[in-house]
Ligand binder design. Sequence first.
Ligand SMILES: [Zn+2]
Length: 206
Amino acid sequence: MNRPETPSQAWQAILAGNNRFVAGDPAHPRQDADHRATMVGDQRPFAALFGCSDSRLSAEIIFDVGLGDLFVVRNAGQVIAETILGSLEYAVEVLQVPLILVLGHDQCGAIKATIDSTEGKLKAEGTFIHNLVSRITETVEQAQAHGISGIDEITLLHVQDTVNELIARSELIQNRIESGKLAVVGAKYELSLGAVTPVQMLGNLN
Ligand SMILES: [Zn+2]
């Protein structure tokens, strides 16, 4: 595979890889020792992925890609933080990725923990778990105010809020989208099927 250079080419490569994974027919490309050796001096990933840390969301597996293909940033519940913004700006500015994929998923534990927290049911001993939950709380409360209470529906809203926050806070990313050099896609991953479906697409994907 030649490296996808445009947002559209990158998105098509992501979709094609995910389709192979869904069909149970992965190619496991660029995972061998020879390829590893060619990658030592440089990396030229074709997309950045910002997704949930969930152990069932393994980036290279679900998109059937290999070493050097994806620049991956993950935390529980894919919550924007300054270090996340810095990592994604690095991927865009220095590594010149044409696509950022923001990936949430059904049955997300971070969303569930936030719902439990708003209902007074979260019993977390760790001091910093609340930092994570507090960043999703606004989305959960707004959803609940509109009668939306399911984890998976709230996850979709959280993916959209995450994309919006990413763009609102990073002028670099805004400018790259406007210039046509970058697209940002918010998507959901379905654990049972392994399928990735876009929920929000920004930038020139034609
Ligand atoms: Zn999750």
